[in-house]
Structure formats: structure tokens, C-alpha cells
Design a binder for this molecule. Structure first.
Ligand code: GLC
Ligand code: CA
Length: 556
């Protein structure tokens, strides 16, 4: 694999609304981010992705963009954005913005013009189709946020426009070369400003099955999940290769895609040496426990399954490309609440999970608060939920016969709002996030889980993440941590997650005991050095190592 400048880096996602509020309106902002760059530097972060900060009506928290060339006043203005780029540069931090171009907002001027004149040039910026003769929508696809993907064009007899997500997020017609040209122009404009690249949203959806035909229903509503469309849509790579040629390649930009439901045979075309993206997120574990029926039907994730899924995913991309590893993001519950069994949701368990993420091959991509071990929050009523997706899933659960209490339990566990509660800076009022009223309530556990308490405290989760980052950047180990081949070991032992990282020169062994009971392991060689340990001590006699519950170590 050809080495790239970003391979040895550490990346971090900021969810701007919830990171740091500088002016007391309860909403995080650019000035807040600028003020925390030194915090990120101290942690050891090199690349920062900021979720959307463009003008938006916030139907889907900024993933509905009404003007790609402006900063939403909630977050600040263009001067502050430029200041952020400058201040980040001084600290050798690269900034990525979110690229949301499968759809825009229904408040975007293109869409307003399209609605005013569906047969005019802007009508062709979107997918506008005639409904069926009986007045039903053109086909039976269900949008990702519930309901039909089709919405009536106001004032027409039987015309509909397509939206894979909310009805306020109309899909852009990528078949139209004018649309593609506009998008590339906008991307280059940002890259010229000094942006290092983009995180690319929901990108597999840009290619449609243009027959727009019905598929077999998968729920009682007679509809079929829109993602089935992807199996019938061919040619997404042509768009993406063009996008790469016209934008990223010209700037040597970093591009990382949110890519679900892709054809695994195409991995090389996506992230190989001549791929259309630098990298993609490895979502293999995020997919675990899911159900076509909805969130209410989620299954618990067994440690063995978690481990095997990661091994499989690593094997798939070995020698092809470099994926980014995560345990959570703004669309997922908190990783420590999801992947650790209840008894493992401790400081040690959280460190072990972080170690497994950092020590496997790929770009470690942290989500804000992960470095503190932030957890899922508590909801006592559906009215406390902001997330559009959780509201839909709550309804799906009720429709399927769940009681309100069951629906609430299932949906709040999976809710995207878990990751969106304000960052816990201190044990002060509102966790130090704002002097006003936070837009989403702070997780009540901020008194015990917060940055102020953890920075500089040797045994904190934060310090442990710093240690993991230092190991990745230690010249003696960098090569093996960044490029070493990942070789599974002790795979037939339940709840033991272990692997080697190997180069010609070095060999590390990563061992995690993913359970409460201690476990003894017989090693082939006697370790020469302990590099990482989430406990103070380690029981090592000759070549037998005994790990306590949720103990994780890296030895040479
Ligand atoms: C992506 C984003 C998510 C958003 C969706 C629609 O999945 O990560 O937050 O709701 O796309 O833009
Ligand atoms: Ca603010």
C-alpha cells in the first residue's frame, strides 16, 4: 500500500452544536471550537471533521443545507470560519467539512425555483416524476426517516419529488451535469479557502435506480426500505471518479466517505491507490444487532461477534486500502454503552475499548467526548428527543405493538441524541458547555465524567487516550502501529480479543479480556516490554499472562 501523509494521523469529529458555546445561546459555535483547539492539540489530534455548519433550517441538524457558501448564523460567520482555518493551521491541525450533496434543503434556492416551475431548468436539479395513475406516489420506497420517499409537488396534479431522507431534504439529480458542475465548483471554492478535505455524507445514494419501480414490501405499510434501491442502481463509481478528478485530486485533499451498503468487490475502486476516496469509515460493527423491522427489534452485541466482525473487516481491506476506525459518531449511541456489557462499563472497560480501536490497523477517528468515556444519556419521555430519526423509530415501534415504555426503552438506547448531548467540560453548571440553556439537556453524569477532572489525572480515560496517541506517534513504534499487519490469535477463546501487529522489524501483541472473569493465556514468546496497560499491574509469569476482567494490554 502506498504511504499517504494522513496514515499516521489521529482524527476527531466535532458535532458543533454540542461542542462548546461561546456566547451563551445554548448552541455550540465556531468561536467555541477555536477556543478549544489547544485542548485538541493536547489530546494529540491532527485532523478534525466538523459536522455541517452551513446555512440550514436544521430539520436534520444541518444535514439539510440551504446555502453551501455560507456559515449558519447559529455557528458564527465566514470570518470566524477563516480564523478557525488559520488557527488550526498554526497548530498543524487539518480541518474537514461535511459534504452533504446527496440532497439539499427544501429552503435551498434551487429547490424553491424547482417548485415554482417543475418543468423549468431547476426542476431537473431534482427527481420530479409523475405519480401512478391512481394518484399514488411513483413507487413504494420508504425513506430512511420513515414514510414514502415521494412528496407531492405543491400546486401540481400528480407530480412528486424524491427524498431518500426527510421530505425537507430533496435529493439532487446527479444525472444532470449542471448539478454536478455546481457541486464541484462549490467544493473547489472551499478547498481553495484552505480546507484539507471533506467527510462525505450518505454518498452511495447519489445513484438511483432510475426505473423507480416497486419492490416487494418489507413491512405492513406496503413499502420497502429505500436502501434496496442501491442493489439496482449501477454506476455510482463513475460519478465519484469524476468528483475525485474535478476536486480532491486537484488539491491533494483528504476525503473520507460515509459509505453503507456498497459492493465489497468495489473496495479497491473506492479506497485503493487510485480510488475515488482517501478512506471510508469501517461501519461493520455499527451494523451489528440491527433489524429490518426497526430499532425496537435490536439485538445485544456479543463480544465474540464484535471481535470476529472486526477481524473480517480488517481482512477484507488488508493490502487494498486504509479504513478509519470508530466506536461511535453523531448517528450512533455512545460506544461504551453499546459495545461493553453492563459490568464492563467502567473506566477500565472504556480504556480497553479505546485500546482495541486504536491498536487495530487504520485511522483512529474519535468522536467528541469519547476520550472522556462519555456515555448514553437517560430519557424519561419521548418529548425529550430532538432527533428526527428517533421520533420515527418510536412510531415504528408503537405500530409494531410495543407499549410506550418498551418503545421508549428501545429507541432511546439507539437514539442519535445520545451522542449529541453537550460536551462535558467540567462539573460546573451545564457541564461548562454554556452559560445559557443548552439546546439539548446535558447528560446528568457530568459531575463525575468531565474533561476538567480527567485532564492531567494519570489514571483517567483521557490520559489513556493520550497514551494511545503517543504510542502511535512514537518513532520507534509508529511503523508497526500504523502499517503492521493484523494477525488474529486466541480466536477460539470466548471473550478474548487478541491480535498481533507485525512488520519485518517489530511485533506487538494486543490482548483484551472482554469479560469480568480473569483469563490466563499462554504466549509463544515472553514479552520484552509492556507498552499499554489499562490497569496498574499485570500478572506475567514466564510466558503466561493473566488478565483481570476487562484488562487490555499491548506488549512487545
Ligand atoms: C448521514 C448523516 C446523518 C444524516 C444523514 C442525512 O447519515 O451522518 O446525520 O441524518 O446522512 O444527511
Ligand atoms: Ca453559541
Amino acid at each position: 500500500m502506498k504511504k499517504q501523509w494522513w496514515h499516521n494521523k489521529v482524527a476527531y469529529q466535532i458535532y458543533p452544536k454540542s461542542f462548546c458555546d461561546s456566547n451563551g445561546d445554548g448552541i455550540g459555535d465556531l468561536r467555541g471550537i477555536i477556543g478549544k483547539l489547544d485542548y485538541l492539540k493536547r489530546l494529540g489530534v491532527d485532523i478534525v471533521w466538523i459536522s455541517p455548519i452551513y446555512s440550514s433550517p436544521f430539520v436534520d441538524q444541518g444535514y439539510d443545507i440551504s446555502d453551501y457558501y455560507n456559515i449558519d448564523p447559529l455557528f458564527g460567520n465566514m470570518e470566524e470560519m477563516e480564523e478557525l482555518l488559520e488557527e488550526a493551521k498554526k497548530r498543524n491541525i487539518s480541518i474537514l467539512m461535511d459534504l452533504v450533496v446527496n440532497h439539499c434543503s427544501n429552503q435551498h434556492e434551487w429547490f424553491k425555483k424547482a417548485m415554482a416551475d417543475p418543468d423549468g431548468p431547476y426542476g431537473d436539479y431534482f427527481y420530479i416524476r409523475e405519480g401512478k395513475e391512481n394518484g399514488e406516489p411513483p413507487c413504494n420506497w420508504r425513506s430512511y426517516f420513515g414514510g414514502s420517499v415521494w412528496e407531492k409537488v405543491p400546486g401540481t396534479k400528480n407530480k412528486y419529488y424524491l427524498h431518500m431522507f426527510a421530505k425537507e431534504q430533496p435529493d439532487l439529480n446527479w444525472e444532470n451535469p449542471d448539478v454536478r458542475r455546481e457541486i464541484y465548483k462549490m467544493m473547489n471554492w472551499w478547498l481553495d479557502k484552505g480546507l484539507a478535505g471533506f467527510r462525505i455524507d450518505a454518498i452511495i445514494n447519489i445513484k438511483k435506480d432510475l426505473t423507480f419501480s416497486d419492490y416487494p414490501a418489507d413491512r405492513d405499510d406496503g413499502m420497502c426500505s429505500a436502501h434496496h434501491m442501491l442493489e439496482h442502481a449501477n454506476g455510482v463509481l463513475e460519478f465519484l471518479q469524476e468528483m475525485n478528478r474535478e476536486t480532491f485530486a486537484k488539491h491533494d485533499a483528504f476525503s473520507i466517505a460515509e459509505l453503507f451498503n456498497y459492493d465489497p468487490c468495489a473496495l479497491e475502486a473506492y479506497i485503493g491507490e487510485h480510488g475515488c476516496f482517501s478512506s471510508i469509515f469501517d461501519f461493520s460493527t455499527e451494523m451489528l444487532g440491527g433489524s429490518e423491522k426497526g430499532w425496537f427489534d435490536l439485538k445485544a452485541i456479543d463480544p465474540n461477534l464484535y471481535r470476529d466482525t472486526i477481524f473480517e473487516s480488517q481482512a477484507k481491506c488488508e493490502g487494498i486500502g486504509y479504513m478509519a476506525n470508530i466506536i461511535e459518531n453523531h448517528d450512533e449511541p455512545r460506544g461504551v454503552s453499546r459495545y461493553l456489557p453492563k459490568e464492563g462499563q467502567t473506566t477500565e472497560g472504556k480504556k480497553m475499548l479505546g485500546m482495541l480501536m486504536f491498536m487495530r490497523k487504520g485511522l483512529p477517528f474519535l468522536y467528541q467526548g469519547q476520550e472522556l468515556g462519555m456515555e448514553n444519556t437517560v430519557f424519561s419521555d419521548i418529548s425529550q428527543i430532538d432527533d428526527i430519526s428517533t421520533k420515527d423509530e418510536y412510531q415504528v415501534a408503537l405500530n409494531a405493538g410495543c407499549s410506550q415504555a418498551e418503545a421508549l426503552r428501545a429507541c432511546t438506547f439507539r437514539s442519535r441524541d445520545n451522542a449529541r448531548t453537550p460536551f462535558q467540560w467540567s462539573d460546573g453548571e451545564n457541564a461548562g458547555f454554556t452559560t445559557g440553556k443548552p439546546w439539548l439537556p446535558v447528560n446528568p453524569n457530568y459531575k463525575t465524567i468531565n474533561a476538567k477532572d480527567q485532564i492531567g489525572r494519570k489514571d483517567s480515560v483521557f490520559s489513556f487516550y493520550q497514551e494511545l496517541i503517543r504510542l502511535r506517534k512514537n518513532p520507534e513504534y509508529e511503523d508497526v502501529v500504523v502499517y503492521g499487519k493484523m494477525v488474529p490469535v486466541f480466536e477460539d477463546m470466548d471473550n478474548v480479543f487478541a491480535f498481533y501487529r507485525v512488520t519485518d522489524k517489530k511485533k506487538l501483541l494486543v490482548l483484551a479480556n472482554y469479560q469480568n472473569e480473569p483469563v490466563s493465556l499462554n504466549l509463544k514468546e515472553i514479552p520484552t516490554r509492556v507498552l499499554i496497560n489499562n490497569y496498574e499491574d499485570l500478572e506475567l509469569k514466564n510466558n503466561t499472562i493473566t488478565l483481570k476482567g476487562f484488562q487490555g494490554v499491548v506488549v512487545e
